[in-house]
Design a protein around this ligand. Structure first.
Ligand SMILES: [Zn+2]
Length: 272
């Protein structure tokens, strides 16, 4: 192990969940990570050959304990966004997100690309995918069209013509645009192609608290519409003060952190 970190500091690292911070010479962190076992995760960084550069620059390692994995994930995401450490992949807080919305029109499915500035993404049904731009939403649709023999004209990616779409000529479209393929079959294929991208609608009526307990202490994460609002902690007897994050805005990272534990009910939920 080639590092200048005080072994006493390493020995003091807890073996429970939380966030750890690799600190270099300055005040800015080099790297922020999370784990259910802070000590063993930090040790594995110190042993990783491809992280030797970061480890060599590390002077100290700090940590913040959480009552559970969810708290660690939420805190890590906030800290990385606020501090952009050198060795973390940039987690950018995308101000604007796009999604694909399906609507029914005359028994067939049409889709449009919607914008988080106009549509509340956590509360709107039939949304698929969270993209940082209209361009990337269309790119995804193009891929799905290619893979599933869908019609790009019907998907709104190409201008409609009476002779059918371009894909028909090169045989990537099965012909839904000219009635050669049943439109319903096309739309069913579209639905199953989009299925994995479905954005779940916030399942509660307003905010709830997600409760995590560990060794006799409790954290309550208040969340609404897939947004993390604050965390109350029994150790300090109040909610942590988070700064610089607009709390009500739909956030893609928080959504991804929260969606499984909430839908699979692996976390204790309390109305608030
Ligand atoms: Zn077509």
């Amino acid at each position: 192990m080639n590092h200048g970190i005080d072994p006493h500091r390493l020995a003091a690292l807890p073996q429970g969940p939380g966030v750890y911070i690799f600190k270099g010479q300055g005040t800015l962190p080099l790297y922020i990570g999370k784990s259910v076992n802070i000590r063993s995760r930090v040790m594995s960084h110190l042993r990783a050959a491809d992280e030797a550069n970061m480890v060599a620059q590390t002077r100290d390692i700090e940590f913040i304990e959480t009552a559970g994995e969810l708290g660690a994930l939420l805190l890590e995401s906030r800290m990385i966004k606020a501090q952009s450490p050198l060795f973390n992949q940039r987690l950018r807080r995308t101000r604007r997100l796009c999604s694909i919305r399906l609507c029914d029109a005359n028994k067939s499915t049409v889709l449009e690309i919607v914008d988080s500035k106009k549509v509340n993404l956590g509360l709107t049904p039939k949304l698929f995918g969270l993209f940082s731009s209209t361009h990337s939403a269309k790119k995804k649709l193009n891929e799905l069209a290619q893979l599933n023999g869908l019609c790009k004209s019907i998907l709104g990616l190409e201008k409609t013509s009476t002779r059918g779409c371009f894909g028909l000529q090169i045989k990537t479209c099965l012909g839904a645009c000219i009635g050669k393929e049943d439109r319903q079959l096309h739309d069913e294929r579209l639905l199953s192609a989009l299925k994995d991208l479905q954005v779940e609608v916030w399942p509660f009526n307003g905010a709830v608290e997600l409760i995590e307990e560990h060794n006799g202490w409790v954290q309550k994460h208040r969340v609404n519409n897939w947004c993390h609002l604050e965390t109350w902690c029994s150790k300090i007897g109040r909610a942590s003060q988070f700064n610089a994050l607009d709390t009500q805005e739909f956030d893609r990272d928080s959504y991804h952190i929260l969606v499984k534990p909430i839908l699979l009910q692996t976390v204790k939920v309390q109305a608030c």
